[in-house]
Design a protein around this ligand. Sequence first.
Ligand SMILES: Cc1cc2nc3c(=O)[nH]c(=O)nc-3n(C[C@H](O)[C@H](O)[C@H](O)COP(=O)(O)O)c2cc1C
Length: 213
Amino acid sequence: MPNRELADIRIQYQRDALDWSKLDNNPLLSLQNWMSDAIQNALLEPTAMTIATADAQGQPHARVVLLKGLDHGLVFYTNYDSAKGQELMQNPKAACTFFWPALERQIRVEGVIHKISDQESDHYFGSRPRDSQLAACASRQGHVIADRSLLENAFAHIATQFINQPIPRPANWGGYRLAPTRFEFWQGRPNRLHDRLVYRLESGNWQRERLSP
Ligand SMILES: Cc1cc2nc3c(=O)[nH]c(=O)nc-3n(C[C@H](O)[C@H](O)[C@H](O)COP(=O)(O)O)c2cc1C
């Protein structure tokens, strides 16, 4: 596709406006409210968030994961030995974004990530469909594989190992919780004069400010 065509793609955002009267004092509740809007609007993968981590050299890496819990932090599940797991061991700071194009909304969250308890990971793992549990056991996330058949064979092998038995959570698979220190709620507006409302955690209190788009 020629660059000219790419450069010509643009829309006017005009669905909604954002001011502090529409958000809660607690940004986690505001996130919950916007997530409910995304779910009620039947958006595809409303819980998908892009999470960025950085390695010891400062190189950022970003990928999509699914939000699986929202309480005092944002919980997602993955393989602890994956690239993201290794990056988080070197540097627990992370940032994530949600983008819901149909609602013309973005949320940015920054903070520090910690592993959740084994008990919490066990509980979630136990609630997953059996095939997802098998896949977590079969995949050494991020390792090079010579052929897809090796992965499918590993899956089938583990399935026969655990016939009629519960599948135990692999020790290297579990959850992380992002403890937020900054949120930004973004609502697209006409003429690129978008609304940006920011919460910053300072001495245990959420400070609020509006940013220029
Ligand atoms: C919609 C979507 C949802 C995903 N959800 C997860 C997830 O919840 N956990 C996960 O580990 N990977 C998930 N992935 C795959 C990741 O984007 C990524 O490929 C994988 O975690 C390996 O990342 P890493 O090598 O940077 O650790 C998802 C990908 C997409 C596109």
